[in-house]
Design a protein around this ligand. Structure first.
Ligand SMILES: NC(=O)c1ccc[n+]([C@@H]2O[C@H](COP(=O)([O-])OP(=O)(O)OC[C@H]3O[C@@H](n4cnc5c(N)ncnc54)[C@H](OP(=O)(O)O)[C@@H]3O)[C@@H](O)[C@H]2O)c1
Length: 216
């Protein structure tokens, strides 16, 4: 698959790029092409592969089959608007969490639509398929290929299928969280995990679900 990481020069972009670059062509997008190219040099050392390319956000989206929105919530609207003309018909994945973090507390701060993904749905063209995933994986933990975290995927069927496949290829365990309307439940787990890190002095707190198979 060709994967565009829009704003892939940041924390989650690096983590996802390193996990996917052995199996997929990963296009690191940026507002500044040179910045993306510099990041590719660094990421390639961690990934041990040359299947990474640095380019503008627009060029990354244009070439990709799937687009991952790796920008902070406050820039997601303007970022999508800047690539909207080339995103028609693509699968889009949002790991975006609307939240405020101070030194001693993280708080979920959803938009009036209810979640970042529900807001993104209103901005994307109808022809794009949207899934909400990867909110609870800590970017720094992704750089270590051993970290096998769980992820909950919500959204529309086509994009959800792609997000499942990409989660498995990143050594993560995906769970179906239902439709996009459930995305507030998943996004709001991230400030909880950050708070657990703050109050218990822990790093890279994530989730693993426990269940028994009886009745399956
Ligand atoms: N960090 C994590 O552990 C983690 C985990 C799960 C989900 N997430 C979610 O993933 C998203 C990205 O998080 P992050 O920590 O990777 O963010 P980040 O490192 O702070 O920023 C990511 C990229 O956003 C772009 N950006 C910055 N200011 C911008 C602006 N004004 N307009 C457009 N783009 C701008 C930058 O790319 P260029 O300067 O190259 O354009 C930057 O490298 C967030 O929505 C977050 O909630 C993060």
């Amino acid at each position: 698959m060709k994967i565009a990481l829009v704003g892939g020069t940041g924390n989650i972009g690096k983590g996802l790029a390193v996990r996917w670059a052995s199996k997929h062509d990963v296009l690191i997008g940026s507002r500044l092409e040179e910045k993306a190219k510099t990041c590719v040099l660094e990421y390639s050392k961690h990934a041990g592969t040359t299947r990474l390319v640095g380019c503008s956000n627009e060029s990354a989206v244009e070439q990709a089959d799937v687009v991952v929105l790796c920008v902070p919530f406050e820039y997601v609207t303007t970022t999508i608007e800047s690539v909207r003309h080339v995103i028609e018909g693509k699968c889009v994945i949002s790991p975006v969490v609307p939240m405020r973090v101070s030194s001693n507390r993280a708080e979920y701060t959803p938009p009036e639509e209810g979640s970042a993904a529900l807001l993104v749905r209103t901005i994307l063209p109808e022809s794009a398929s949207l899934a909400s995933a990867f909110h609870t994986v800590p970017a720094k933990g992704l750089v270590n290929p051993e970290g096998g975290y769980d992820v909950v995927v919500c959204g529309e069927e086509e994009a959800k299928k792609v997000a499942f496949e990409l989660a498995i290829d990143a050594n993560l365990r995906p769970f179906d969280g239902g439709p996009l309307e459930n995305s507030p439940l998943v996004e709001s787990l991230t400030p909880l995990l950050i708070n657990l890190g703050i109050y218990n002095n822990l790093k890279n707190v994530s989730i693993k679900f426990l269940y028994d198979d009886i009745g399956r």
